[in-house]
Write a protein that binds this ligand. Structure first.
Ligand code: FAD
Ligand code: NAD
Length: 367
């Protein structure tokens, strides 16, 4: 349902305005909120249709306009964080004066609860695909120049493929291209590439098709979703990450962000559950990171190890967790993140409650 912005439900009603010079058109969005960043706004324009979705708390404010004149494909975005103002600067194709910005399209100037907004997809190009383990690959997709989208830490997007005539969508969690400091991307990337670690299941519905894409092919990618908030990491001293298989993916950005941007952080421990040694994603990077940064430790737990394996084995259990989850001090601020197959996540949450960790100290990644 659409909420008329004049009813003032939710955050105080945002508004927008525009102005122009000979060569530029600037659209200004006044969110009237302070907590607005470059990842709060998603912009797409195709032909003459311009779409800007601003995430304001649990709401989405949409600007959706058929522009009255042509603009160039690329544009710039600026956020004035302390006043919650967003400026989008479009480049005119022709230096002529516009009489109006354009005509309103569907849901223009509306504020809708985020859960009621449909997902918007844009086509991204497959740039590269690299083997990471025997069944998991690092995919790099490129956003079109006409899109501004940054996936917030801890959130996922949906990829869409048409398989035997039916549109199928599945969620995937963007990662960085590497865990290490010589990596090419800044922690809050302002660029066009989105990386994914994706396990290919030979008998699966979606991933074999994804694996068959050729470099240069296009895949529709949705707006981000998910309820992890970066504010959860504020003042955290001990960060415990429990990941199983590709449940490692949300941990990648959280780990990197915490090590770089959380000054209170004393300890990050990753317990990484896998079937065998061959299934461990980015093992050498994890070990290098643990060597380089004394605050970070990784421990592997294998459910189907070979007889040579000297490390921990079995499934998630009270014994494993109670030994692993030692706080750096009695009253230290803790965050626990858990992600993996649903049974593991559910058992994990229960065990963590049994160990007296509170709801606020636990974040689970689920569907
Ligand atoms: P599916 O067809 O779903 O099959 C998965 C496995 O189950 C296969 O081994 C298949 O053989 C088996 N199977 C299927 N049907 C049956 C059946 N009836 N009985 C027994 N076995 C069966 N995955 C990633 O790799 N990377 C990510 O970053 C990532 N992020 C995610 C984020 C979220 C929020 C969620 C919910 C999931 C995420 N996933 C991620 C998982 C991803 O969405 C898919 O579930 C996964 O890729 C499997 O898709 P598929 O269609 O290929 O396999
Ligand atoms: P996997 O089958 O290789 O299992 C990894 C480990 O999980 C195992 O070694 C075992 O320790 C544990 N495990 C598996 N099944 C279990 C069970 N039934 N009970 C207890 N423990 C169990 O894992 P995978 O194939 O890499 O799958 C990863 C899962 O993580 C998928 O289900 C995927 O949907 C999920 N995932 C979720 C998100 C999210 O944000 N919600 C993100 C990424 C992945």
């Amino acid at each position: 349902q659409m909420t008329d912005i004049s009813t003032k439900e939710g955050p105080s009603s945002p508004s927008y305005d525009w102005f122009q010079t000979d060569s530029l058109v600037t659209i200004v969005i006044y969110t009237k909120q302070k907590d607005i960043h470059l990842d709060s706004i998603i912009i797409d324009h195709q032909n003459d249709s311009f779409r800007a979705e601003t995430i304001i708390k649990d709401y989405s404010y949409l600007i959706h306009i058929g522009l009255s004149h042509e603009v160039q494909e690329d544009f710039s975005v600026r956020v004035v964080e302390n006043v919650g103002k967003i400026e989008i600067v479009l480049k005119k194709t022709e230096n002529i004066s516009w009489k109006c910005l354009g005509c309103p399209l569907e849901k223009h100037n509306s504020l809708i609860p985020k859960k009621d907004t449909g997902l918007y997809y844009r086509k991204c190009q497959l740039i590269s695909k690299e083997d990471v383990t025997h069944d998991t690959k690092l995919f790099c997709l490129m956003l079109p120049p006409s899109t501004h989208l940054q996936v917030p830490i801890g959130q996922h997007v949906y990829l869409k493929l048409t398989i035997t005539g039916t549109e199928i969508v599945k969620p995937y969690t963007p990662v960085f291209d590497s865990l290490l400091s010589e990596f090419k991307e800044p922690v809050l990337p302002n660029n066009k590439y989105i990386y994914f670690l994706i396990k290919i299941y030979p008998a699966g519905l979606f991933t074999p098709e994804l694996d068959h894409l050729q470099i240069g092919d296009f895949v529709p990618v949705s707006n981000p979703e998910g309820n992890f908030k970066i504010s959860k990491l504020q003042e955290v001293e001990d960060l415990f990450l429990l990941a199983a298989g590709t449940g490692f993916t949300p941990m990648v950005k959280i780990l990197k962000y915490a090590l770089i941007n959380v000054p209170s952080l004393r300890k990050v421990k990753l317990m990484f559950f896998n079937k065998t040694e061959d299934d461990i994603i980015w093992r050498s990077q994890l070990e290098k990171l643990a060597f380089e940064d004394k605050r970070f430790d990784v421990e592997y737990v294998l459910s189907a190890p070979t007889s040579e394996w000297k490390g921990k084995q079995g499934h998630i259990s009270p014994a494993l967790l109670s030994e692993f989850l030692n706080r750096s001090s009695e009253k230290s601020k803790v965050l626990l993140c858990i992600c993996g197959p649903t049974p593991l996540t559910e058992q994990g949450i229960k065990l963590l409650h049994d160990l007296n960790f509170s709801k606020d100290e636990i974040h689970s990644f689920t569907a």
